[in-house]
Write a protein of this length. Sequence first.
Length: 508
Amino acid sequence: MNTMIEKVNKNRIDMQVIQRAGEIIRQGGLVAFPTETVYGLGANALDEEAAKKTYAAKGRPSDNPLIVHIAEYEALKEIAVDVPESAVALARRFWPGPLTMIFKKAEKVPYGTTGGLDTVAVRMPSDGIARELILASGGYVSAPSANTSGRPSPTKAEHVEEDLSGKIDMILDGGSVEIGLESTVLDMTVEPPVILRPGAITAGMLEKVVGMVGIDETILGPESEKAPKAPGMKYRHYAPNAKLTIVEGNIREEVLAIRQLVYDAVNNGKKTGIIATDETIHYYSKGIIKNVGSREDERTIAKNLFAVLREFDGEGVDEIYSESFAMRGIGNAIMNRLDKAAGHLRIPAVEIVRRQRYRRIVFVSQSDTCRGPMAAEILRQRHLRQEYVIDSRGIIVLFPEPINPKAEAVMRSNGMSLGEYKSIPFSETEVADDILVLTMDEAQKNKILAEYEEAVSIYTVNEFVGEDEEVLNPYGKPLNVYGLCYENISKLMDKLTEKLNSYVEGEG
Ligand code: AMP
Ligand code: MG
């Protein structure tokens, strides 16, 4: 099938295109169109055969009912029975808009459309193109999201094209959608009404109109024994091809944990993505980093989430790590989609953060012109399985001095260089729980301990790796002693690497 793609300007809707699209739907065909939530795959809701085509094009399980989209309130009475007063009030307040309500279905709605249920889901979208199309199609358009079942929902016409090109008659390209997450689904057949799927219209907003609303307990959290009341919510959904993991904690912990996870994954040759925010993006350096929006305005996150998941697919990413979002307002809907996309894979950030004892290693020598900088540079060349900032500092540094020429000569003969390095004095910024301070000898260690009582993680290099002999001091000796010193430090750095990497092995 050749899929026609027609651009439609929201502000100047070409009614000829709309009439053609409407005609396709009247004839039993399929037309994808923009709504304020996501792109929908439109068909005649009163035509059983059209429903079958919809399921086939999406690869959607046929027990997952379709939402019937209407453009005028009067249409509701034709397809739903026993509409309660509270629904009338909700419609008055939120229609047209991202609220779907479930009612007992009228005779004329085929079971094909409702997935075999005696209830029907109804929504009146606010998007102008959607509204015109519904009217041109006869007033009742069934429309699930216009994606292949299981993939992230489409928020741009390009996404629809990716999934459904060749399988449907037409795509109306109205640009990017406004909200980016599917509608709130509210079951009106029970009292009080129950939210079956969270969306942009939150529990709080609904409660202002109808008093209490319930929330289907299967909406969040791992797959429970209970079946969700919205059949569609039981399927793995919105999922990118990559393995997606949600990291949960406070923002600082999340960033640290994701940095660690990504460092490890990248080292293991995995193409790794990060879902970051305006507020955190500059804390990441490794991996494929994408900004999903601002924590200050979570609507931006709702709008970008599915597109970001699709972008990762386009880039062939193996693993994705995402920050998590507050469960308030639209945050509930964001976390619901993210959780499903991740197949409920959520890990506590603290657990990951705890796996890394130290984040920075500082080698301390007398003047920071020889052994310390050598140790730091040699360690930087080692294969460390966690990310460390590696520095050196001196006990007595009056002004920045270059590296000792003999030390530099030895480094060069081993393929390294400290040519640009200038000595830096030790200061209190090197004293913290997660900074490992390693001195060349006992005297240096004692000097620091005397000055900074709280210097908790301080050892001589040899002590830390379990060796008796302190690092050889070559000061004032001929070049070959510097060579021996290099060998000596190099062996100690091997042992240090082993010890640091054992912290990862010990993970649990
Ligand atoms: P989608 O069409 O992809 O936006 O998905 C529609 C959602 O509404 C799915 O989760 C459906 O299971 C749910 N839904 C539609 N009709 C009903 C209904 N009659 N009862 C319960 N859930 C419904
Ligand atoms: Mg869907």
